[in-house]
Design a protein around this ligand. Structure first.
Ligand code: NDP
Length: 272
């Protein structure tokens, strides 16, 4: 069985450094896909209300027979549900679809500054945490000014900020800010949605006798970042967790730094 390292969160629990993301996994396919991920050794699953596959994730959890405390389940609050009361209602619905009594991590999916509701939303998250219905609360797609406002106005520091992060967008400044405040950085689209053909990555893959995806995921691991690659291909699901018996050296890590172009795949959180 693969041993995936964990990272302690500032709210008492710990997150596996590698998880399995299910964005764009067809709701009808989700149970089977998550089942394959469990078979391959993943124990952390990242879903969201808006992926419409929480029920499939829940079914896979039930069918797996894995003890609840061996799993780490994340889901997210969608933008339309921001606000104090609507957050509590949306959380109940997510939990019901997942068939769980608690989630390990609940995230505000996007800050949506134009709505100006993320502080009220966070206060509802704090209540969910106090009531023991979530083990940790965090955010996603927050930039430094959004985090600063949250830290100034509310009591609990987010455990995690899940952000777009891959070799062309290493997010150095935000990652440093997180480290200063005890927030764990989690990378979405850690494989840049499969865009892995940069010559540096291909050369490092050849050097280590690994695949480009493994080089990129290893780079995340060595930066202390949590990654949640998605695949519905059985061989890739296995490949993406087979990372813990090789290492990039300092020179390799330096070469990876040169891929930083600041290019986003997804939207800028200020305007989305
Ligand atoms: P990823 O960077 O994980 O890339 C997924 C793509 O890469 C798929 O097309 C997959 O193909 C392909 N792929 C996977 N493994 C390999 C491999 N070993 N070799 C070559 N290609 C590979 O992108 P995602 O956007 O899916 O991000 C991952 C997760 O992050 C999501 O599933 C979701 O959980 C989360 N996320 C969160 C967001 C947020 O706003 N908080 C936004 C976007 C994502 P195939 O499936 O066909 O094998």
């Amino acid at each position: 069985m693969v041993h995936v390292p964990t990272i302690s969160l500032n709210q008492g629990n710990a997150i596996p450094q590698l998880g399995y993301g299910v964005f764009k996994v067809d709701p009808k396919e989700a149970e089977r896909a998550v089942g394959m991920a469990f078979e391959a050794g993943y124990r952390s699953i990242d879903t969201a209300m808006i992926y419409r596959n929480e029920e499939g994730v829940g079914a896979a959890i039930k069918a797996s027979g894995i003890e609840r405390d061996e799993l780490f389940i994340t889901t997210k609050l969608w933008n339309d549900d921001q606000g104090y009361d609507s957050t509590l209602t949306a959380f109940d619905a997510s939990l019901k679809r997942l068939g769980l009594e608690y989630v390990d991590l609940y995230l505000i999916h996007w800050p949506k500054p134009s709505l100006d509701k993320y502080l009220d939303t966070w206060r509802a998250f704090e209540k969910l945490k106090q009531d023991g219905r979530v083990r940790a609360i965090g955010v996603s797609n927050f930039k430094i000014p959004h985090l600063e406002r949250l830290l100034d106005a509310t009591a609990i520091v987010p455990a995690v900020n899940q952000i777009e992060l891959h070799p062309s967008l290493p997010q150095n400044e935000l990652h440093d800010f997180h480290e200063t405040h005890g927030i764990v950085t989690e990378a979405w689209s850690p494989l840049a949605q499969g865009e892995l053909d940069a010559p540096v990555i291909v050369a490092l893959a050849e050097k280590h006798g690994r695949t480009p995806a493994q080089v990129v995921l290893r780079w995340h691991m060595q930066r202390g970042i949590v990654a949640i690659p998605k695949s519905i291909t059985p061989s890739r699901i296995a490949e993406n967790i087979d990372l813990f018996d090789f290492a990039l050296d300092d020179d390799d890590m330096q070469q990876m730094r040169e891929l930083d172009t600041g290019r986003r795949i997804g939207p800028d959180p200020d305007n989305f």
